[in-house]
Structure formats: structure tokens, C-alpha cells
Design a protein around this ligand. Sequence first.
Ligand code: ADE
Ligand code: ZN
Length: 323
Amino acid sequence: MSWKSFPKVELHLHLEGAADPAFIRELAVEKSVDTRKIFDKSGAYKYDSFNEFLAVYEAATLALKSPEDFKRLTQSVLENLAEHNVVYAETFVSPDFCGGRDVGAWREYLEAMQEAHVEGVTLKGIVTCIRHFGPDKARETARCAVETAGDWIVGFGMGGAEDVGAAGDFSRAFDMAREAGLRLTSHAGEWGGAQSIWDTLEDLKVERIGHGVQAIDDSKLVDYLAETGIVLEVNPGSNIALGVYANLAQHPIVKLRDAGVKVTVSTDDPPFFHTTMTKEFERLEQVFGWGVDDFKLLNETALEAAFCDAGTKDLIAKRLEIV
Ligand code: ADE
Ligand code: ZN
């Protein structure tokens, strides 16, 4: 069946990574940005490996040059969310791509993003540092997060190349964000093994893990995640498009869930991976036989783990009809 009209919650969505290729191409033409390394002949994003994906991702952000561009991007992302009945989403936003981590410029970008609006969809932001840009830039990013923490910026996180540096290099940035009342998540266990997740939990003290799927290789870690209620932001379509797993049948999401780990499902960077939340649900139904009860559980887990305030959660619960 089509799960398009089923209400959904998405916790792991990169704002720049949600930019439609056609939108980036249009901006690039307006701004004379070279796109030859970004798109293939069909107009899709072009990459053959995770590192190439990161390079193309960063190249595409060069077309996003002003607060107005980010307002247009946010508006189109909200419209895509509405199309798939995603009633609440949290999006990763990086001051690196919004005025080079200057707090004043960041505020202007942030204001512009918040001008975007689609009835029935609530979006919140998680300021995100980029691991391969290093700990100094991560602290500057954390400073932007601290200065703008509030109703819209509700969390702090880290994406990027997991094999660069150690999680502990970023402790200070995460401490700054925690002290400002921000909730914490970090990518780990996407490419890095179980130890990368242990390090991230210990050194960054996050309450959610982006991906986390490699935990499946360490039964002690699986037990620990289940006992502590650490939530995994799982992105099955992303993992398959990037080659972490050959296909969904080999993906550990069911094993993790059956072991008591709290799992949620998101799209990560949907146009890069030719996915949508509807497609994610459809694939889970086709391959694992998931149905209404499974998807309701995903929504409940995601809403419980959301970084927004209690009032917003009540509103979203009504939209999900789980009051
Ligand atoms: N940034 C955007 N998508 C990412 C991913 N899948 N892993 C790490 N960093 C990212
Ligand atoms: Zn991600």
C-alpha cells in the first residue's frame, strides 16, 4: 500500500542535503557556480563513494549564498515534507554554510529560514558541526548554536567523515552546547564500528545517535542502548545508497528493534539517495512486512525523542492521533 498519507515524524534530515538537484542547478546558474562535478547527465547528484558524496554535498552548498537562498530552500523542504505527510521534522543546519560561522551572519540566515512556512508541518533546527572540518571550527559552530538556542534551535550535533579525528576532540563543543540547554545527537556507527559509538556516548554524552547501525556487531553495546534508551536515527535508504549495506534485507534495523533498541526512521539527504519518507515506509513494508502498528511505534519513539518543548509535542501528538 502507499504510506504517503500516513502521518510521520522525521528526526534526521540535513537541510542542505534535502535540496532538490533542480533547485541547486537553478541557483548555480543564477550565480555562475560550476556544477559539472555535482550532477550526472540525468541531472541527479553524482557520487561513487561516501567521500565523493561529502565532496559533492559541499560543492552543491556553494550555490546557496544568501539568507534568501536558505529561505527558499527551507520553503521547498517544508513543501516536500508536507507532500509525504511528515508533520514534524528536525533538520540539521550548519553555520559553516551560512556565513562561515560568523554569529551575526548566522542570525540572519536563521531568521530567513524561519520565515518559511507550510501549514501543518513543524520544523525545528539542530546546529551541526562537521567532523572533518576539525574541532576549532566545531567550537565556532557551537558558539553560533549557544547564541541562538531557543524555540527553533533545539539541539546540537555533528555530521561529516566519521573516520577523521576522535569523538573526544569535539567534547568542548558539545559541552558548550549542553551548558546552553541544547539537546545532543551525533553521527556515529554509520561507517565507524561499535567503538565509534561507545566513544561518542562517553565523550560527547549525546542522547541520540545518527545512524548507529554498526552497534549490531557488539552485543554489549546493543544491550547498553536498549537499557539506557539511547535513540538511533536510522536511515535505511541512505545506508543502501551509500553502500553500507547491499540491500534492505541485510540491514540491521529489525534486529536492533527486536533487541529492544529504540529506532526511528529518516531520509538523511533524500534527493541524494532517491528516497522519501513514503518510500522508506514502503520498503520496510515490502521487505520486513511492517504495518500500521510498526509505523505507529516509529512515530511514538520519534516524538518521545524529539528535542522540541512539551507544548509542541502535544500538538504533534494530536496530528499523529496518538493522544
Ligand atoms: N552529512 C550529510 N549526510 C551525511 C551522512 N550520511 N553521514 C555523515 N555526514 C553527513
Ligand atoms: Zn546524516
